[in-house]
Design a protein around this ligand. Structure first.
Ligand code: SAM
Length: 292
Protein backbone atom coordinates (compact mmCIF):
# COMPACT_ATOMS: atom_id res chain seq x y z
CA UNK A 1 0.00 0.00 0.00
CA UNK A 2 1.37 3.41 -0.97
CA UNK A 3 1.04 5.91 1.87
CA UNK A 4 -0.26 9.34 0.81
CA UNK A 5 2.27 12.18 1.05
CA UNK A 6 -0.23 14.75 2.29
CA UNK A 7 -0.58 13.89 5.95
CA UNK A 8 1.16 15.87 8.69
CA UNK A 9 3.11 12.79 9.87
CA UNK A 10 4.32 11.63 6.47
CA UNK A 11 5.18 15.18 5.38
CA UNK A 12 7.22 15.72 8.54
CA UNK A 13 8.97 12.39 8.09
CA UNK A 14 9.88 13.18 4.46
CA UNK A 15 11.17 16.66 5.36
CA UNK A 16 13.23 15.34 8.27
CA UNK A 17 14.69 12.47 6.30
CA UNK A 18 15.99 14.89 3.67
CA UNK A 19 16.89 17.69 6.09
CA UNK A 20 14.67 20.07 4.10
CA UNK A 21 14.06 23.61 5.40
CA UNK A 22 11.31 25.80 3.93
CA UNK A 23 12.23 28.85 1.88
CA UNK A 24 9.73 31.58 2.58
CA UNK A 25 11.01 33.53 -0.44
CA UNK A 26 9.79 30.70 -2.72
CA UNK A 27 6.29 30.66 -1.25
CA UNK A 28 6.75 27.18 0.21
CA UNK A 29 3.58 26.28 2.12
CA UNK A 30 2.88 22.61 1.58
CA UNK A 31 -0.58 21.05 1.76
CA UNK A 32 -1.05 18.41 4.45
CA UNK A 33 -4.78 17.72 4.09
CA UNK A 34 -5.95 14.96 1.78
CA UNK A 35 -9.55 16.11 1.84
CA UNK A 36 -8.65 19.58 0.51
CA UNK A 37 -6.36 18.06 -2.11
CA UNK A 38 -9.07 15.74 -3.34
CA UNK A 39 -11.52 18.60 -3.60
CA UNK A 40 -9.03 20.66 -5.62
CA UNK A 41 -8.55 17.75 -8.01
CA UNK A 42 -12.34 17.21 -8.20
CA UNK A 43 -12.79 20.79 -9.39
CA UNK A 44 -10.41 20.09 -12.28
CA UNK A 45 -12.79 17.38 -13.60
CA UNK A 46 -9.99 15.24 -15.00
CA UNK A 47 -10.65 12.06 -16.90
CA UNK A 48 -8.32 9.12 -17.29
CA UNK A 49 -7.19 10.64 -20.60
CA UNK A 50 -6.50 14.12 -19.23
CA UNK A 51 -3.12 15.73 -18.81
CA UNK A 52 -2.34 17.88 -15.79
CA UNK A 53 0.23 20.65 -15.53
CA UNK A 54 1.36 21.60 -12.04
CA UNK A 55 3.40 24.57 -10.91
CA UNK A 56 5.49 23.99 -7.81
CA UNK A 57 5.04 20.35 -6.77
CA UNK A 58 6.88 20.83 -3.45
CA UNK A 59 7.29 17.31 -2.08
CA UNK A 60 4.54 16.00 -4.35
CA UNK A 61 1.38 16.18 -2.22
CA UNK A 62 -0.88 17.45 -5.02
CA UNK A 63 1.15 15.82 -7.79
CA UNK A 64 0.41 12.41 -6.30
CA UNK A 65 -3.36 13.01 -6.27
CA UNK A 66 -3.19 14.30 -9.85
CA UNK A 67 -1.21 11.24 -10.87
CA UNK A 68 -3.97 9.00 -9.52
CA UNK A 69 -6.51 10.58 -11.85
CA UNK A 70 -4.70 11.86 -14.94
CA UNK A 71 -2.97 10.08 -17.77
CA UNK A 72 0.10 12.27 -17.45
CA UNK A 73 1.35 14.99 -15.11
CA UNK A 74 4.05 17.55 -15.86
CA UNK A 75 5.23 19.64 -12.92
CA UNK A 76 7.60 22.63 -12.90
CA UNK A 77 9.67 23.09 -9.73
CA UNK A 78 12.17 25.93 -9.25
CA UNK A 79 13.86 24.59 -6.09
CA UNK A 80 16.56 22.04 -6.94
CA UNK A 81 16.61 20.77 -3.33
CA UNK A 82 13.18 19.25 -3.92
CA UNK A 83 14.24 17.18 -6.93
CA UNK A 84 15.76 14.20 -5.04
CA UNK A 85 12.75 14.23 -2.68
CA UNK A 86 10.27 14.18 -5.57
CA UNK A 87 12.22 11.39 -7.23
CA UNK A 88 11.58 9.30 -4.16
CA UNK A 89 8.00 10.33 -3.28
CA UNK A 90 6.74 10.10 -6.86
CA UNK A 91 8.61 6.91 -7.67
CA UNK A 92 5.33 4.89 -7.83
CA UNK A 93 4.02 7.21 -10.57
CA UNK A 94 6.10 6.83 -13.74
CA UNK A 95 3.67 9.01 -15.72
CA UNK A 96 4.77 12.10 -13.76
CA UNK A 97 7.52 14.28 -15.18
CA UNK A 98 9.16 16.92 -13.02
CA UNK A 99 10.91 19.75 -14.84
CA UNK A 100 13.46 21.69 -12.80
CA UNK A 101 12.84 25.28 -13.87
CA UNK A 102 11.21 28.61 -13.07
CA UNK A 103 7.80 28.40 -14.71
CA UNK A 104 8.08 32.07 -15.65
CA UNK A 105 11.13 31.27 -17.79
CA UNK A 106 9.80 28.14 -19.47
CA UNK A 107 8.30 27.98 -22.94
CA UNK A 108 5.22 26.14 -21.68
CA UNK A 109 3.77 25.85 -25.15
CA UNK A 110 6.82 23.86 -26.31
CA UNK A 111 6.65 21.64 -23.23
CA UNK A 112 2.98 20.91 -23.93
CA UNK A 113 3.82 19.99 -27.52
CA UNK A 114 6.56 17.61 -26.50
CA UNK A 115 4.99 16.06 -23.39
CA UNK A 116 1.30 15.70 -24.20
CA UNK A 117 -0.73 14.23 -27.03
CA UNK A 118 -2.19 16.56 -29.65
CA UNK A 119 -5.69 17.68 -28.58
CA UNK A 120 -5.33 16.07 -25.15
CA UNK A 121 -7.61 17.55 -22.48
CA UNK A 122 -5.26 19.69 -20.35
CA UNK A 123 -5.74 21.44 -17.01
CA UNK A 124 -3.36 23.49 -14.90
CA UNK A 125 -3.77 22.51 -11.27
CA UNK A 126 -1.60 24.07 -8.59
CA UNK A 127 -1.11 25.37 -5.10
CA UNK A 128 0.67 28.47 -6.35
CA UNK A 129 3.66 30.18 -4.70
CA UNK A 130 1.96 33.33 -3.39
CA UNK A 131 4.81 35.74 -4.23
CA UNK A 132 4.21 35.24 -7.96
CA UNK A 133 0.54 34.24 -8.30
CA UNK A 134 -0.48 36.98 -10.71
CA UNK A 135 2.52 36.80 -13.07
CA UNK A 136 2.11 33.01 -13.32
CA UNK A 137 -1.62 33.14 -14.09
CA UNK A 138 -1.20 36.00 -16.56
CA UNK A 139 1.68 34.27 -18.33
CA UNK A 140 -0.29 31.05 -18.79
CA UNK A 141 -3.40 32.89 -20.00
CA UNK A 142 -1.82 35.45 -22.29
CA UNK A 143 0.22 32.75 -24.05
CA UNK A 144 -3.09 31.18 -25.05
CA UNK A 145 -2.02 27.67 -24.22
CA UNK A 146 -4.22 24.82 -25.40
CA UNK A 147 -5.63 24.21 -21.90
CA UNK A 148 -9.26 23.80 -20.75
CA UNK A 149 -8.58 25.93 -17.70
CA UNK A 150 -6.97 26.14 -14.30
CA UNK A 151 -7.81 25.24 -10.74
CA UNK A 152 -5.42 27.07 -8.45
CA UNK A 153 -4.95 27.85 -4.80
CA UNK A 154 -3.94 31.43 -4.10
CA UNK A 155 -4.33 34.25 -1.57
CA UNK A 156 -8.03 34.87 -0.87
CA UNK A 157 -7.47 38.57 -1.46
CA UNK A 158 -6.23 37.90 -5.02
CA UNK A 159 -9.08 35.43 -5.65
CA UNK A 160 -11.52 38.17 -4.61
CA UNK A 161 -9.96 40.61 -7.06
CA UNK A 162 -9.94 38.07 -9.90
CA UNK A 163 -13.63 37.19 -9.62
CA UNK A 164 -14.92 40.69 -8.75
CA UNK A 165 -17.80 42.39 -10.59
CA UNK A 166 -17.97 46.06 -11.66
CA UNK A 167 -18.92 48.47 -8.89
CA UNK A 168 -17.24 46.51 -6.10
CA UNK A 169 -14.09 47.51 -4.23
CA UNK A 170 -12.16 44.47 -5.48
CA UNK A 171 -12.89 45.12 -9.17
CA UNK A 172 -9.86 46.30 -11.11
CA UNK A 173 -7.53 45.66 -14.02
CA UNK A 174 -6.76 42.14 -12.74
CA UNK A 175 -10.47 41.20 -12.75
CA UNK A 176 -10.79 42.45 -16.32
CA UNK A 177 -7.57 40.85 -17.57
CA UNK A 178 -8.52 37.43 -16.24
CA UNK A 179 -12.21 37.63 -17.12
CA UNK A 180 -11.17 38.55 -20.66
CA UNK A 181 -9.62 35.10 -21.09
CA UNK A 182 -11.72 32.99 -18.71
CA UNK A 183 -14.85 32.51 -16.67
CA UNK A 184 -13.58 32.93 -13.12
CA UNK A 185 -15.16 31.53 -10.00
CA UNK A 186 -13.95 31.15 -6.41
CA UNK A 187 -14.86 27.58 -5.52
CA UNK A 188 -13.39 27.12 -2.06
CA UNK A 189 -12.10 29.14 0.90
CA UNK A 190 -9.28 27.31 2.62
CA UNK A 191 -8.19 27.59 6.28
CA UNK A 192 -4.53 28.22 7.16
CA UNK A 193 -4.37 25.00 9.16
CA UNK A 194 -4.10 22.77 6.06
CA UNK A 195 -0.61 24.07 5.24
CA UNK A 196 2.84 23.41 6.61
CA UNK A 197 4.06 25.98 7.55
CA UNK A 198 0.87 28.02 7.83
CA UNK A 199 0.83 31.11 5.57
CA UNK A 200 0.15 34.58 6.99
CA UNK A 201 -2.80 35.19 4.70
CA UNK A 202 -6.12 33.46 3.99
CA UNK A 203 -6.34 31.21 0.94
CA UNK A 204 -8.90 30.30 -1.68
CA UNK A 205 -9.19 28.06 -4.72
CA UNK A 206 -10.36 29.54 -8.00
CA UNK A 207 -11.46 27.80 -11.15
CA UNK A 208 -10.72 29.55 -14.43
CA UNK A 209 -12.43 28.11 -17.49
CA UNK A 210 -10.95 29.30 -20.76
CA UNK A 211 -13.40 31.13 -22.99
CA UNK A 212 -13.75 30.07 -26.62
CA UNK A 213 -13.39 33.73 -27.48
CA UNK A 214 -13.11 36.90 -25.39
CA UNK A 215 -16.37 38.51 -24.20
CA UNK A 216 -15.53 41.65 -26.21
CA UNK A 217 -13.82 42.28 -29.50
CA UNK A 218 -11.22 45.02 -29.53
CA UNK A 219 -9.13 46.46 -32.35
CA UNK A 220 -5.89 46.22 -30.39
CA UNK A 221 -5.69 43.93 -27.36
CA UNK A 222 -2.49 45.37 -25.92
CA UNK A 223 -3.85 48.91 -26.12
CA UNK A 224 -7.14 47.78 -24.54
CA UNK A 225 -5.27 46.42 -21.51
CA UNK A 226 -3.20 49.63 -21.31
CA UNK A 227 -6.37 51.76 -21.21
CA UNK A 228 -7.87 49.48 -18.56
CA UNK A 229 -4.75 49.69 -16.38
CA UNK A 230 -4.57 53.47 -16.85
CA UNK A 231 -8.22 53.85 -15.82
CA UNK A 232 -7.41 52.27 -12.45
CA UNK A 233 -4.03 54.01 -11.99
CA UNK A 234 -5.44 56.08 -9.12
CA UNK A 235 -8.65 54.47 -7.95
CA UNK A 236 -10.01 57.58 -6.27
CA UNK A 237 -9.66 59.67 -9.41
CA UNK A 238 -12.30 59.91 -12.14
CA UNK A 239 -11.82 58.06 -15.38
CA UNK A 240 -11.28 61.43 -17.05
CA UNK A 241 -8.43 62.38 -14.72
CA UNK A 242 -6.74 59.00 -15.01
CA UNK A 243 -6.99 58.94 -18.80
CA UNK A 244 -5.97 62.60 -19.16
CA UNK A 245 -2.74 61.73 -17.29
CA UNK A 246 -2.23 58.61 -19.39
CA UNK A 247 -2.63 60.40 -22.74
CA UNK A 248 -0.77 63.51 -21.56
CA UNK A 249 1.51 64.68 -24.40
CA UNK A 250 -0.49 62.69 -26.94
CA UNK A 251 -3.99 64.15 -26.59
CA UNK A 252 -5.38 67.44 -25.25
CA UNK A 253 -7.54 67.18 -22.14
CA UNK A 254 -10.43 68.44 -24.23
CA UNK A 255 -9.99 65.57 -26.69
CA UNK A 256 -9.94 63.03 -23.86
CA UNK A 257 -13.22 64.43 -22.59
CA UNK A 258 -14.73 64.37 -26.10
CA UNK A 259 -13.83 60.71 -26.59
CA UNK A 260 -15.43 59.81 -23.25
CA UNK A 261 -18.60 61.67 -24.11
CA UNK A 262 -18.65 60.15 -27.62
CA UNK A 263 -18.31 56.68 -26.08
CA UNK A 264 -21.21 57.57 -23.78
CA UNK A 265 -19.10 57.32 -20.63
CA UNK A 266 -19.66 60.09 -18.08
CA UNK A 267 -16.14 61.55 -17.51
CA UNK A 268 -16.90 61.82 -13.79
CA UNK A 269 -17.30 58.07 -13.37
CA UNK A 270 -14.58 56.01 -11.76
CA UNK A 271 -12.88 53.11 -13.53
CA UNK A 272 -14.32 50.60 -11.09
CA UNK A 273 -17.86 51.29 -12.38
CA UNK A 274 -17.12 50.40 -16.01
CA UNK A 275 -18.03 46.99 -17.39
CA UNK A 276 -15.59 45.23 -19.73
CA UNK A 277 -17.84 46.12 -22.72
CA UNK A 278 -17.57 49.81 -21.87
CA UNK A 279 -13.79 49.56 -21.65
CA UNK A 280 -13.77 47.88 -25.07
CA UNK A 281 -15.79 50.67 -26.70
CA UNK A 282 -13.68 53.30 -24.98
CA UNK A 283 -10.32 51.84 -25.93
CA UNK A 284 -11.41 51.39 -29.56
CA UNK A 285 -12.42 55.07 -29.73
CA UNK A 286 -9.09 56.18 -28.25
CA UNK A 287 -7.21 53.82 -30.54
CA UNK A 288 -8.92 55.32 -33.58
CA UNK A 289 -8.06 58.89 -32.52
CA UNK A 290 -4.40 58.24 -31.74
CA UNK A 291 -3.79 56.19 -34.88
CA UNK A 292 -5.28 58.85 -37.17
N1 SAM B 1 2.29 21.70 -4.52
C1 SAM B 1 2.90 21.64 -3.21
C2 SAM B 1 1.82 21.47 -2.16
O1 SAM B 1 0.67 21.85 -2.47
O2 SAM B 1 2.13 21.01 -1.08
C3 SAM B 1 3.76 22.88 -2.91
C4 SAM B 1 3.07 24.22 -3.09
S1 SAM B 1 4.02 25.59 -2.50
C5 SAM B 1 2.71 26.73 -2.13
C6 SAM B 1 4.69 26.36 -3.97
C7 SAM B 1 5.78 25.57 -4.69
O3 SAM B 1 6.17 26.32 -5.86
C8 SAM B 1 7.06 25.34 -3.93
O4 SAM B 1 7.47 24.01 -4.08
C9 SAM B 1 8.10 26.29 -4.56
O5 SAM B 1 9.43 25.83 -4.47
C10 SAM B 1 7.60 26.32 -6.00
N2 SAM B 1 7.93 27.53 -6.78
C11 SAM B 1 8.10 28.80 -6.32
N3 SAM B 1 8.33 29.64 -7.34
C12 SAM B 1 8.32 28.90 -8.48
C13 SAM B 1 8.51 29.21 -9.86
N4 SAM B 1 8.74 30.47 -10.27
N5 SAM B 1 8.45 28.20 -10.77
C14 SAM B 1 8.20 26.92 -10.36
N6 SAM B 1 8.02 26.58 -9.07
C15 SAM B 1 8.06 27.54 -8.14
Amino acid sequence: MIKDIATPLRTKAILEKHGFSFKKSLGQNFLIDLNILNRIVDFAELTENSGAIEIGPGIGALTEQLAKRAKKVVAFEIDGRLLPILKETLNPYPHVKVIHNDVLKVNVSEVIKSEFEADQDLMVVANLPYYVTTPIIMKLLSERLPIRGMVVMLQKEVADRISASPGTKDYGSLSIAIQYYTNAKTVMIVPKTVFMPQPNVDSAVIRLTRREKPPVEVVNEEFFFEVVRASFAQRRKTIFNNLASFFNGQLEKKQVEEVLVYAQIDPKRRGETLAIQEFAVLSDHFYKIISE
